[in-house]
Design a protein around this ligand. Structure first.
Ligand code: ZN
Length: 128
């Protein structure tokens, strides 16, 4: 069985390669219409974010695991939570969530109402 750490390291490496391929495809479009590294559409920022991602913790639970990572996107520090499920001797990602900065992970606004961004979970589902 592949370790969660090995799976995540392989994921990071292939995610960077994917972002590099996107950057190569973007380059002629950018060169034609934008100044270098135009931020709002720039895959440079996504590539740098992927390159910065590191595993903070791994919590296995039977055939599932939860992995917390950190990454920097532009100047924003991100904390991501991956949900993994075992699949044929390895792992597959079932969910990716970002730590909710609106409620600071509490799931509630300062006045006690449920956070509308993360719907009270403290984590923002990136797949929805
Ligand atoms: Zn929230």
């Amino acid at each position: 069985m592949q370790s969660v750490e090995d799976f995540m390291q392989q994921f990071f490496k292939e995610h960077v390669a994917f972002e590099q391929a996107k950057l190569a495809a973007y380059r002629p479009f950018r060169d034609r219409f934008f100044v270098d590294d135009y931020k709002p559409l720039s895959p440079h920022s996504m590539l740098r974010s992927c390159e910065s991602e590191k595993v903070c913790s791994i919590e296995p639970s039977g055939s599932e695991a939860t992995v917390i990572t950190s990454a920097t996107f532009l100047s924003i520090q991100l904390k991501l939570r991956y949900r993994l499920r075992s699949r044929s001797g390895g792992w597959v990602i079932t969910k990716v969530e970002a730590f909710c900065k609106v409620c600071n992970g509490t799931g509630k606004f300062a006045d006690g109402r449920e956070c509308t961004r993360c719907e009270g979970t403290g984590w923002d589902d990136l797949g929805t």
